[in-house]
Design a protein around this ligand. Structure first.
Ligand code: SF4
Length: 312
């Protein structure tokens, strides 16, 4: 294994079984481990004592990793719940459906008008929310696909938002009038927040990634949601070279009256190994269960909101 395919999980599990100051000996034939493991050891606050080549310059290698005194051992959830035990974390993600009126270039759900809808039933959403709240859950995020394409969205939001605050991720393009407008107006303003992705201040980048005309419709949808009394949250993810775009976006959001606390504008997360920051492991992240018509998953999130792209 290399560090990205499960080796770090295996090492982390082994490190839990030894005391600070004790040493884990690792043998590997994977050369990339020599570059990646030192960065991980720094982040995880362990000491890499020695690396030895057991072959003739091409491995295998032996690495001695000493468990650091500062390495985390506490249960992960406690750190995020200020003492309250919530084994499933605070937030449940619920995919109401997978089809969408858009087909964004970066959609992580593979949504499009042609995608199989895979609708979540109201009964399943109700039962899952009930169970989650009973376990200490405090927030439900409904996403897709585009939730406003779900034929029973009104009922689904009604039964869930009666139990816990709901954030509905939408591209804000479908509820201007008709039945979907009535669905929107039926939501409890005190319990439902709308979150909309806006990729850029002007139509350029947004329409390139999400489809011609989508920027204007998203702006109209954000305005309408605000006029109807909903708390509106706007999410955007930008590349480092688009930092000017992020500044312009703030100006647009000022004009739309979006509160600073309701702006999730962040740079794209990179893949790979960081040189500093927090070591991501079961000890440092909060579980975030995800329920779809296909089954349930447990993802892990940090203290911050998830990236917006690919989520409505
Ligand atoms: S990113 Fe959101 S709006 Fe775009 S296709 Fe995916 S679900 Fe639809």
């Amino acid at each position: 294994m290399d560090c990205g395919s499960g080796l770090l999980l295996a090492i982390t599990a082994q490190m839990r079984g030894i005391a600070a100051g004790e040493v884990l000996l690792l043998h590997t034939r994977e050369k990339s481990v020599l570059a990646d493991l030192p960065a991980w050891a720094r982040l995880a606050k362990h000491d890499l004592l020695e690396v030895a080549d057991d072959g003739a310059g091409s491995g295998p290698w032996s690495l001695w990793i000493q468990r650091g005194a500062g390495a985390r051992t506490t249960a992960p959830v406690a750190a995020y719940t200020e003492g309250e035990a919530t084994p499933l974390g605070h937030r449940l993600w619920l995919y109401s459906n997978f089809h969408c009126n858009l087909a964004c270039t970066y959609c992580c759900a593979g949504s499009s008008p042609k995608a199989d809808p895979r609708l979540m039933s109201v009964d399943l959403a109700d039962a899952a929310t009930r169970e989650f709240v009973a376990q200490g859950g405090r927030e439900l995020l409904i996403t897709g696909g585009e939730p406003f394409l779900h034929p029973e969205l009104e009922e689904l939001v009604a039964v869930t938002s009666a139990q816990v605050p709901v954030t509905l991720l939408t591209n804000a393009m479908l509820y201007e009038k008709g039945r979907r407008r009535a669905t929107l107006e039926s939501f409890d303003r005190g319990a439902v927040t709308l979150q909309v992705s806006l990729d850029s201040a002007g139509p350029g980048l947004h329409d390139r990634q999400r489809g011609a005309g989508s920027h204007a419709k998203a702006l109209a949808g954000i305005r309408l949601g605000g006029e109807l009394g909903f708390r509106m949250r706007v999410a955007a993810t930008y590349l480092p070279e688009d930092v000017d775009n992020a500044a312009e976006l703030h100006t647009t959001l000022d004009q739309l009256g979006i509160d600073r606390h309701d702006r999730l504008i962040r740079p794209v997360a990179h893949e790979g190994f960081a040189d500093d920051g927090v070591h991501i492991s079961l000890d440092t992240v909060e579980p975030e269960p995800t329920l779809t018509a296909d089954g349930a998953w447990v993802a892990s999130g940090g203290r911050h909101e998830r990236p917006s792209q690919g989520r409505g």
